[in-house]
Design a binder for this molecule. Structure first.
Ligand SMILES: NC(=O)c1ccc[n+]([C@@H]2O[C@H](COP(=O)([O-])OP(=O)(O)OC[C@H]3O[C@@H](n4cnc5c(N)ncnc54)[C@H](OP(=O)(O)O)[C@@H]3O)[C@@H](O)[C@H]2O)c1
Ligand SMILES: [Zn+2]
Ligand SMILES: [Zn+2]
Length: 402
């Protein structure tokens, strides 16, 4: 996170300037490619690529509602899988991005088609595809490409690749412009970035695993959440409720911190052993110095110092929430107790598949409210009021009636 009030001092694994350039002419996008991407990518982008039209919902500006549109998708090339999208989860990141709340880090290029929690059925495969055939279930998360050659990619940590391509609002190496996400009836993705969905999982509930699932599973695995550990989950939204399910399945003692007293019973049902109403300072004090690990999944400004105080010696709090404004951290909270504060973005391809398989074994899916795409703007308003139990999942069949 950058210093409060200072200029953006983020170190990004990708080029801010490049994304910005995409908001202007296509020609300029290609010039940017020339200076920032391998020549082979540029050549591909310059050739006329066979495309088809897909239906989608897009936002035209930071203040517009999402509305029906058509977008271009490339015809599947040799390594590509074409997927008919059945369900797409609504992540709070979609809302941040559509409203350009991350303009300092990832400015939004309009029109923006969000959506990175995608589950569907394969409709067509390229000639080099080996993992999928038409009719298979398939899933796509937050990334659709990376360079595959860097140290991070070699280790299966594509989420840290400096040349990865996010599923939406990222330079599209094939068609120019930016990538378009899952609020659409189809998508075309290199099979390497397509996941297998365990057949026992409910599809509407499986979609959110592709972001909310992996984003909470990955740091819990990294920080050794297991039996005997005391784990806190802050914010019982889409990410938070998945965090509770995973921490419980991994055998930890789970405490949910919520600002919404009406979520108490749900928290217990989802796997929490205790629930703390975070606005009650007495309840908070009782938990002081007792946590091995806390996952902070809050989407808005909040006092993280109150949670740092709850960590035991060498405890860690990991931020997965990405609020618009920088958080303020008191140094002494970290110094005393040698506590650490870290962040974690999504997860790599092998771990995403591992998480899906773990969900298959433990029969874990998100608790979803299935909505037609026509209700997505209302869903955004409700997200802002923390009024979702616990993930909206868009049924893309609704797009056919547009
Ligand atoms: N790190 C990553 O790779 C990654 C991936 C996906 C999403 N994210 C980010 O993670 C955050 C959460 O996403 P989500 O989809 O889970 O959002 P969400 O469903 O809207 O949940 C956020 C939860 O935060 C709590 N909250 C909201 N406003 C608050 C406030 N002012 N003070 C304290 N608590 C508040 C609420 O929980 P209670 O009602 O229980 O208090 C709310 O349900 C977003 O910022 C999103 O962009 C990051
Ligand atoms: Zn997300
Ligand atoms: Zn890489």
């Amino acid at each position: 996170m950058p210093a409060r009030g200072g200029p953006a001092s983020y170190s990004l694994p990708f080029s801010h300037a490049f994304i910005k350039s995409c908001s202007t002419a296509k020609y300029q996008i290609r010039l940017s490619c020339l200076s920032e991407h391998p020549r082979s990518i540029l050549i591909k982008a310059m050739h006329k690529i066979p495309m088809y039209k897909a239906s989608a919902y897009s936002a035209a500006s930071a203040t517009s509602s999402l509305a029906s549109t058509t977008i271009a998708r490339r015809d599947p090339t040799e390594p590509d899988v074409q997927i008919e999208i059945l369900f797409c989860g609504v992540c709070h990141s979609d809302l941040h991005q559509v409203r350009d709340e991350w303009s300092a880090v990832m400015p939004t290029v309009y029109p923006c088609v969000p959506g990175h929690e995608i589950v569907g059925r394969v409709t067509k495969v390229g000639s080099a595809v080996t993992k999928f055939k038409p009719g298979d279930l398939a899933a796509v998360g937050c990334m659709v490409d990376s360079d595959r050659t860097c140290a991070e990619c070699q280790e299966g940590l594509e989420q840290f690749c400096r040349n990865m391509t996010l599923t939406y609002n990222f330079p599209d190496k094939h068609l120019g412009g930016v990538t378009y996400g899952g609020y659409s009836d189809s998508i075309v993705v290199d099979e390497r970035f397509v996941m297998r969905v365990p057949s026992n999982l409910n599809l509407a509930g499986a979609a959110p695993l592709l972001c909310a699932g992996i984003t909470t599973y990955s740091p819990m695995r990294h920080w050794g959440v297991t039996q005997g550990k005391k784990v806190g989950v802050v914010g019982l939204g889409g990410l938070g409720h998945m965090g509770v399910k995973f921490a419980h399945a991994l055998g930890a003692h789970v405490v949910v911190f919520t600002t919404s007293p009406n979520k108490k019973d749900d928290a217990i049902r989802l796997g929490a052993d205790e629930v703390v109403i975070s606005r009650n300072s007495n309840e908070m004090k009782k938990q002081a110095g007792s946590f091995d690990f806390i996952l902070d999944a809050v989407s808005a400004d909040h006092d993280i110092n109150a949670y740092i105080e709850l960590l035991r010696r060498d405890g860690n709090i990991t931020l997965v929430g990405a609020p618009e404004k920088p958080l303020s951290v008191a140094a002494f909270g970290l110094l005393f107790g040698r506590r650490s504060l870290s962040g974690s973005p999504i997860g790599g391809l092998p771990e995403t598949q591992e998480m899906l398989d773990f969900c298959g074994t433990h029969n874990i899916t998100a608790d979803v409210e299935v909505i037609p795409i026509q209700k997505v703007n209302e869903a955004y308003d409700r997200l802002l009021k923390s009024d979702v139990k616990y993930r909206f999942s868009i049924d893309l069949a609704s797009l056919k009636s547009e």
